[in-house]
Design a protein around this ligand. Structure first.
Ligand code: CP
Length: 311
């Protein structure tokens, strides 16, 4: 399959075949990170700009590593030390970067829709690294990759996503990806943390965590996004943790071979206990490892697959 789109903005816009193609491409790149010289020349001569307007550890660093392992040149543009603070618009900043002939822009922004807006005014590939509470497509892809790697398939699995669905761009990308690939998706949260009408996305809604976990193959725990809570959407963190926190006792409801996932960063003792996060069913470290391979695949595919793949 040849890649058609210039950008990666959402998983909503990708077909099941395109998602599978990214995952297959990531499989062939994963081995590069195990070599003593962790580098292939696939994007030699290309320039990738990392443009993050919100804090990030995993996404920013794994995109930087991915681009370096593909031999691209990297620019980190920090909003706080750029002319944005003097009032320059995002579009003028992008046009300035474009005048210096960049090839790809990886953007994270607190406002939903910013990557789409930038993609519409540049010839460079734009990759959404998380926009507001809209989507985080590369997180969704690395999660799908990790599930497929651990379970051998995605179709037919029962995946329970628990936590702050309303504010979660990770949940939205995962719902699109998982349902396109044939998983059965259960969402579990207090009603105040679930968008009205979310069932239209082809998911089942639960408010009782024990029922939502019954027989699950994958337990996906979301971070409680305290920084996005404007109103008091639950009484106290302690009560949230008692009702919706995943601990080892609760996890027994899921299948014995269920895997536990979390996009990070975790609020240990709030949405997930340390016993579960560090336990034998946790694949949270695998998610981080796989993020590099998936982001290598995305950068490679968007740049036209014209150069060499790993050999
Ligand atoms: N999962 C995720 O997006 O983590 P960061 O905010 O650390 O990039």
């Amino acid at each position: 399959m040849s890649w058609k789109s210039k950008d990666l903005l959402t998983l909503e816009e990708l077909s099941a075949g395109e998602i599978a193609h990214v995952l297959d491409t990531a499989s062939s790149f994963k081995e590069v990170s195990t070599r003593s010289v962790k580098k292939v020349p696939a994007l030699r001569g290309r320039t990738v700009v990392l443009f993050f307007h919100e804090p990030s550890t995993r996404t920013r660093i794994s995109f930087e590593l991915a681009a370096k392992r593909l031999s691209a040149d990297i620019l980190n543009v920090q909003a706080a030390s750029s002319s944005l603070v003097k009032g320059e618009t995002l579009i003028d900043t992008l046009k300035t970067l474009e005048s210096m002939t960049i090839d790809a822009l990886v953007v994270r922004h607190k406002s939903s829709g910013v990557p789409q807006m930038l993609a519409s005014v540049t010839k460079a590939s734009v990759i959404n690294a998380g926009d507001g509470s809209h989507e985080h497509p590369t997180q969704g892809l690395l999660d799908l990759f990790t599930i497929r790697e651990r379970k051998g398939k995605i179709e037919g699995l029962t995946v329970t996503i628990v936590g702050d669905i309303t504010h979660s761009r990770v949940a939205r990308s995962n719902i699109y990806g998982l349902t396109k690939l044939g998983a059965r998706v259960r969402l579990c949260a207090p009603p105040t943390l679930l968008p009205v009408g979310i069932e239209k996305m082809g998911v089942e809604v639960y408010h009782d965590l024990d029922k939502a976990l019954e027989g699950a193959d994958v337990v996906y725990v979301l971070r409680l996004q305290l920084e996005r809570q404007k109103n008091n959407l639950f009484p106290t963190i302690r009560e949230y943790s008692m009702t919706f926190g995943v601990n080892n006792e609760r996890l027994k409801r899921a299948r014995k071979d269920a895997i536990v996932m979390h996009p990070g960063p975790m609020n240990r003792g709030v949405e997930i206990s340390s016993g579960v996060a560090d336990g034998s069913q946790s694949v949270i470290d695998d998610q981080v490892t796989n993020g590099v391979a998936v982001r290598m695949a995305v950068l490679y595919l968007l740049q036209g697959e014209t150069n060499e793949k790993p050999s």
